[in-house]
Write a new protein. Structure first.
Length: 235
């Protein structure tokens, strides 16, 4: 037969027959359906009304009749549409990954899940952090920063107070006697991490004193009753 315009397109609808026994109300469907209106159901030649004569159960895999069909009744189901399964991106869904060996660029794109849209989307690195303001004051000890933990290979947060230990300064005091040129100081020190004062005057390392182990040796013995202060810098 000839048609004016485009010829009609024909679709195929799957049919499933069910066997009644006057007691069974639940039957497994050959296809998963999205709703009770996605199938046409006939019992003994009488069309059945969705949500009244039957409902869909078990995620669309079963049909449940309100009343058990009678033995000998002819029952068939015509599938008007089936549910579309959309795969969920799992932990092993993406394989063959390679490490990014350079720093992220502003034009690089990352995959995120948009909760408001309920879908995966891509976002440029430039747009990942928006609305930020500059911290115009010194970070407080309880402020939190983001770091990359190379031992755990993941991003973590850390309080500013834990980034570095508090610097501690200590000192030792001595009294000159006009003849002694050596004093004993803390171990592990060099001329680069101590300050030496005699009567408030800061001495020049190496020129005015040297350090070997725990012994500090003056080039000239401090005068009698001179106040000697050794200030230990943090190391």
């Amino acid at each position: 037969m000839a048609y004016i315009g485009r010829s009609p397109q024909y679709g195929a609808y799957e049919k499933q027959s069910l066997t009644a026994d006057s007691s069974t109300t639940t039957f497994t469907l050959n296809y998963t359906v999205g709703s009770s209106s996605s199938i046409f159901v006939s019992v003994a030649g009488v069309p059945q009304e969705p949500e009244v004569a039957y409902n869909i159960a078990n995620g669309g895999n079963q049909i449940v009749f309100t009343a058990a069909p009678t033995t000998g009744d002819t029952i068939f189901v015509i599938f008007l549409g089936v549910a579309l399964d959309v795969a969920t991106l799992g932990s092993n869904a993406v394989t063959g990954l390679t490490d990014l060996t350079t720093g992220l660029q502003g034009a690089d794109e990352l995959l995120i899940y948009d909760n408001s849209a309920g879908a995966n989307k891509k976002v440029n690195l430039d747009n990942l952090i928006v609305g930020q303001t500059e911290l115009a004051t010194t970070a407080a000890d309880d402020d939190v920063l983001l770091i990359y933990d190379t031992s755990a290979t993941e991003i973590k947060k850390i309080q500013k107070s834990n980034i570095a230990t508090t610097l501690t300064y200590t000192k030792g005091t001595f009294t000159g006697d006009g003849s002694t040129t050596t004093i004993t100081i803390n171990s592990g020190r060099t001329v680069d991490d101590v300050l030496v004062f005699v009567n408030g005057i800061c001495l020049v390392p190496t020129d005015d004193y040297t350090i070997s182990g725990t012994t500090l040796t003056f080039a000239t013995a401090p005068a009698s009753s001179a106040e000697i202060t050794v200030r230990y810098l943090p190391v």
